[in-house]
Design a protein around this ligand. Sequence first.
Ligand SMILES: [Fe+2]
Length: 194
Amino acid sequence: MLKYRRTILQAGAGLLVAAPWLTWRQALALTPACSGEPTARQIEGPYYTPQTPRRSTLIDGLPGDVLVLQGRVLNTACQPVPNAIVDVWGCDSEGEYDNTGFKLRGHQLTDAQGRFRFETLMPGSYGNSTFRRTPHLHVKVQGPGTPLLTTQLYFPDQVLNLRDSFFNPDLLVKWAHDKSQALFDFVLPVQAKG
Ligand SMILES: [Fe+2]
């Protein structure tokens, strides 16, 4: 699992990330209190690309509804986890993944308060008449010395949520202000001592 951290850190070495922290302090106040329960795991799915760029804006000029995903990485003692890798990937509004490049893909490191912020697009749904995924984002999160968390995030009020066998209501984001800002705090197991 630590191999993932080494790989992703090497991929992002030397790149700068814009840090518009001041614009989202207020929104974070709406984030639900930490329950201390580790965030539920979900499958990676078939479309993960390793060694994503280190950046906060993932849109690359694609059309669609801009979605800001922001929150914190905490441990089960509800303390912030600085320098955690948060690696996000999603499909575009038509349900297509960029499997040759890095559109709608990227990672960043949490700040001293465990915070992260991405600008991406609201994902579409994909599949066929017998199996269709509700809109979701994929995420990998790993703090220094913590297990790697692979999971997915979902959006409230999506009609397909209850028809998607992967849907987990514990992984619903909270909308802030309007449906362009999604809040979610990830909780990682406390590192075992010793
Ligand atoms: Fe997916």
